[in-house]
Design a protein around this ligand. Structure first.
Ligand code: SAH
Length: 226
């Protein structure tokens, strides 16, 4: 329960409902595992039955480690997250997880609109409860952020070098590499094509471009001095 609360809080979810807990919800192990998410455990609602827990939900998604013999509409965690973000504005949603030892019963699973299955190693597909909650809630977080256009973007600290600057680098490289005897224009092979591919892949920014031009200038100085 502690691990579940922590996974939820890390991913920005707050409402935990626990059905018929086998032990004290706030026991010492749960507190320790919850760490900074103790508030989620404290606020958790405890219900006597599964039906009561899902009663006010318009969409119920059950997480299952096994693919059942009766086929049921099943999604992977990414698709599950899409369903959740599309529905969350209008419906209360339950994400149901099973007992650590026996999972969800067939009766419980049949009360779910969808099943979500983490496509883990078929030889051993059962994650522990906290880990399963983490995977599912992470995908929901990602879908939410994507919807808000806030997924992490690696932002450069300098603007990217322009095409003209890149051409300047290649011209400079051609001269310098020729001077030091690395490049023979009579026998060019694929060198510059490969270098272009390399530098395009690197997406140089202006600062990196200055460093490379500086290195070439230093080489030029040495070769013209000798
Ligand atoms: N032994 C149980 C698994 C319990 S794991 C069984 O075979 O059903 C505890 C809960 O974590 C499961 O009930 C399920 O809700 C979730 N879970 C674990 N592995 C999962 C997986 N691969 N995909 C989806 N949910 C999973």
């Amino acid at each position: 329960m502690g691990a579940v609360a922590r996974a939820m809080k890390n991913m920005g979810l707050t409402q935990l409902v626990i059905v018929e807990p086998q032990r004290e919800v706030l026991d010492s192990e749960a507190r320790a595992r919850a760490a900074g998410a103790l508030d989620i455990l404290r606020q958790a609602t405890v219900t006597r039955s599964f039906d009561q827990a899902i009663a006010d939900c318009g969409l119920v998604i059950g997480a299952s480690a096994r693919l059942r013999t009766i086929p049921w509409p099943t999604v992977d965690p990414h698709q599950c997250a899409q369903l959740v973000v599309q529905t969350a504005a209008t419906q209360k949603i339950a994400l149901v997880f099973g007992r650590e030892d026996t999972g969800l019963t067939n009766e419980e699973l049949e009360k779910c609109h969808w099943h979500v299955h983490i496509p883990a190693n078929p030889e051993y597909s059962s994650l522990n409860l906290g880990a399963a909650v983490q995977v599912i809630t992470y995908e929901i977080r990602m879908a939410e952020l994507a919807q808000q256009g806030q997924t992490v973007q690696v932002t450069a600290d300098h603007p990217l070098a322009t095409a003209a600057e890149l051409e300047g680098l290649f011209t400079h490289l051609e001269t310098t590499l020729q001077q030091i005897g690395f490049y023979d224009p009579e026998n060019p092979r694929q060198l510059f094509r490969r270098l272009r591919r390399l530098f395009n892949r690197a997406q140089l920014d202006k600062m990196e471009m200055n460093i490379l031009r500086g290195i070439l200038a230093a080489v030029d100085d040495k070769t013209s001095a000798s």
